[in-house]
Design a protein around this ligand. Structure first.
Ligand SMILES: [Zn+2]
Length: 466
């Protein structure tokens, strides 16, 4: 009966795919959501490729899973992924069913690379056992969705299939504890860099007490937040040795050495956006090396990929450098790390913050506590000129910045994005850098602002030259 129900769900879900294409709704996860509605055990029956890699964690899971998919593909493997859809049960079901025949057998595919929402772990791993699960990190995230990093840790820990090998962050004493004594575990980490600090450089530090004995942890160094080299002087707790270690990070050349416990070292580039990306590239390269991709193939693929992350873009208009950078809403770690980039930009800069929920009217929330976990200190620097705050919650953000010590006369408040777009070119001098930080849903607004500035200052330059 179960199998028959599965087939019925599969056929109806498959029928919906061309229908969605005709109505231009392709790319959604409707087929998978229909399939699991009709057959809750759909993932149990649907065909799967020989290798399954899943990627989860608070930050970097999209970049890392896309990179793993691209490296595997460029090494000649045929892969499927859920990058076009969602990272929840329905998105995973959609990705798998589209590669199955009418009897639910997987066709022409060697590996699945699936990004998994942390909270969806229990629903997915019930019927799907990854060969490799990559956990990028665990931090505090949106309180409304994710509660606390320990809550998310439990969600993952309680649903881990014992047969899965874990690739874990050896600098993270939260996610790095997953699967201990149950799963086979390998670690990746990033060694001390020239930017490492002896004390936590951020407001948010999600683990300060030893997970074994509860005494205060000491850190040999911090990269950011609680990511570093934790050690307990009381019981001797330390993170296990890493098989893949990023060393000699060169921030100017944007390269680092990936040292392998078993194998030759690789010199790899990383995309602009700083240390976060060293972690993403290290995790992706380590996953692919573990899966048998050669060092040469990994190096070649990573070199080709680093340009196209989409989260960071730089453009020029006349004498103005325009930088746009994703900075996830409700996620103080993502926002702090994006803003930290400003500290490494030379010369005068103006800043546009489109951080508060641009869809507030649709799925609004009243929680602004994350703004107080985010590091805005970089905006106090003398090199920062005007700070434009866009969106209906700009008043909340303004108060936060004033309390952080950002001079009030630097702030320009624009609850209405249209007005900001109209006024912005006239408010800038057209020199130095204008950095636009945007939350996910504000991406179209950020792009419009960039185009407006390009048109305004680009044309101005041409007029001056004429
Ligand atoms: Zn201890």
């Amino acid at each position: 009966m179960g199998k028959l129900r599965f087939l019925l769900a599969l056929w109806l879900a498959k029928l919906s795919v061309p229908a969605l294409k005709i109505t231009r709704h392709n790319g959604t996860d409707f087929p998978g959501s229909l399939a699991v509605k009709l057959c809750p055990d759909f993932l149990r029956y649907v065909g799967k490729p020989g290798t399954i890699v899943t990627v989860t964690g608070t930050n970097g899971k999209t970049t890392t899973s896309n990179m793993i998919g691209d490296i595997l593909e460029s090494s000649g493997r045929r892969i499927l992924s859920n990058r076009a859809g969602s990272n929840m049960l329905s998105g995973v079901a959609t990705a798998l069913l589209q590669h199955c025949d009418l009897l639910g057998r997987m066709k022409n595919c060697d590996a699945a690379v699936l990004e998994i929402d942390e909270r969806s772990s229990p629903f997915i791993y019930r019927h799907l056992t990854p060969d490799l699960l990559v956990v990028t990190n665990l931090y505090r995230d949106s309180i409304k969705r994710n509660g606390h990093s320990a809550f998310i840790y439990d969600k993952i820990a309680q649903s881990l299939p014992a047969g899965t090998t874990l690739l874990l962050n050896g600098n993270d004493a939260i996610s790095g504890l997953l699967g201990e004594g149950v799963n086979q575990r390998i670690f990746f980490s990033v060694d001390r860099t020239e930017r490492s600090t002896d004390v936590c450089p951020n407001i948010a530090c999600d683990i300060t007490a030893c997970p074994r004995c509860g005494h205060m942890l000491t850190f040999d160094y911090f990269h950011f937040h609680h990511i570093g080299a934790p050690r307990c002087p009381h019981c001797g707790f330390a993170m296990p040795e890493s098989s893949f270690v990023a060393r000699d990070v060169d921030f100017d050349a944007e390269t680092f050495t990936l040292a392998r416990k078993d194998g030759e070292s690789l010199r790899l580039p990383f995309p602009t956006g700083d240390l976060f990306n060293v972690f993403n590239v290290t995790a992706a390269a380590a996953a692919c090396l573990y899966l048998g991709v050669s060092g040469e193939d990994v190096t070649r693929a990573v070199s080709r990929l680093t340009a196209k992350t989409g989260r960071f873009e730089a453009a020029h208009a006349g004498d103005l450098d325009i930088v746009t950078m994703l900075s996830k809403n409700q996620n103080p770690i993502s926002s702090s790390q994006s803003l930290a980039y400003l500290g490494h930009v030379a010369g005068p800069k103006d800043v546009v913050l489109l951080l508060t929920d641009s869809k507030d009217a649709v799925h609004g929330h009243e929680d602004i506590s994350w703004l107080y976990d985010t590091d805005f200190d970089v905006l106090k620097d003398e090199s920062v000129g005007k700070v434009f705050l866009g969106g209906t919650r700009c008043y909340d953000l303004a108060l936060r910045l004033i309390l952080a010590g950002v001079p009030e006369d630097k702030l320009r408040l624009y609850p209405d994005y249209g007005q900001l777009e109209k006024d912005l070119p006239g408010q800038l001098e057209g020199r130095g850098t204008t950095a636009i930080f945007f939350e996910l849903y504000a991406m179209p607004i950020a792009q419009r602002l960039r185009q407006t500035l390009e048109a305004h200052f680009g044309n101005k330059k041409e007029e001056a030259n004429a």
